[in-house]
Design a protein around this ligand. Sequence first.
Ligand code: MRU
Length: 351
Amino acid sequence: MQLIDQRFLPHQFVIEDVATVRQMADAIREMHVRGAGLIGASAGYGMYLATIEAAARPTMTEFDRHLADAAEQLEATRPTAVNLVWAIERQLANIVNGRTAREKIALALRTAKDTAAEDEEHCRLIGEHGFHLIEQIARSKNRKSVNILTHCNAGWLAFVDYGSALAPIYTAHDRGLSVHVWVDETRPRSQGSKLTAWELAQHGVPHTIIADSAGGYLMQHGEVDLVIVGSDRTTRTGDVANKIGTYLKALAARDNNVPFYVALPSASFDWSIHDGSEIPIEQRSVDEVKCARGWCDGQILEVKLAPENSPAANYGFDVTPRRLVTGLITERGICEANEKSILQLFPEHAS
Ligand code: MRU
């Protein structure tokens, strides 16, 4: 199967072939593919590859062992986005129903396709629901351009299509509303300036890249009407884990009365967790903080930014407490960030 290797965007559009579980695990860990929805979809296909590999094993017991090893290998790649575990568990629950290796492979392929198709449809619906929010603001501004701030990349690159945070923006733009997006650069990996800006440019959506620390200033000066971010894991009570720096945006939004919305498909809810402090936060290599990758003379180069011997830390995500979240935009509609309101949309997860 083929992936867009996002490490090369926006400078090169590189397609990567992935044929084994190990290659898929590497692609997720090293962030050739990233973003909650795409991590889930990729893990789903990773489990399909696992069934093909397992079919070469001599017995069904060994088939099952290979599958369990593959699940473990894929799960260990990235700890925060809950879509990963969700997609793997969904695969295991379905594959077990096959009696032969052939049946198991077919079930795994079906499940991988269903997971990807659902992700796409859920993001489309998030676009519909979030559109109404933007439309309301546009009306209150006499149709003047709506300024939306976003953090990291929660666009179609982070999902199978449409995106979560960017889906309402694309829908609004496509339906003729004037929107402008403030794109947080999102250090250390710069998913904002590299990926979100590229996506928006491809789609013709007006946008401006800003340093991560600029959002507060813009909010103080009335330049932000709305913040929409994505989520890698949201508790059943509405605490939101998202790319590091999201919490600071939520604080600034609250201080300046700017609505702060989180867009997420239901696969990004962790129904087993009540409090954001229980969400595992990924820590990545400090080289991502101490160095920067960019394009120079026709090639990708990495340059050092910091003193060689200074220690660094690289926390990938933070948790925004529900009290700072104005609302959650899901495929079933918009709700408040609290358990009661979330369960009104997803009653099957009550109890
Ligand atoms: O580390 P990443 O790039 O996989 O992080 C994911 C993100 O892009 C964000 O946290 C995003 O806002 C939510 S996932 C669509």
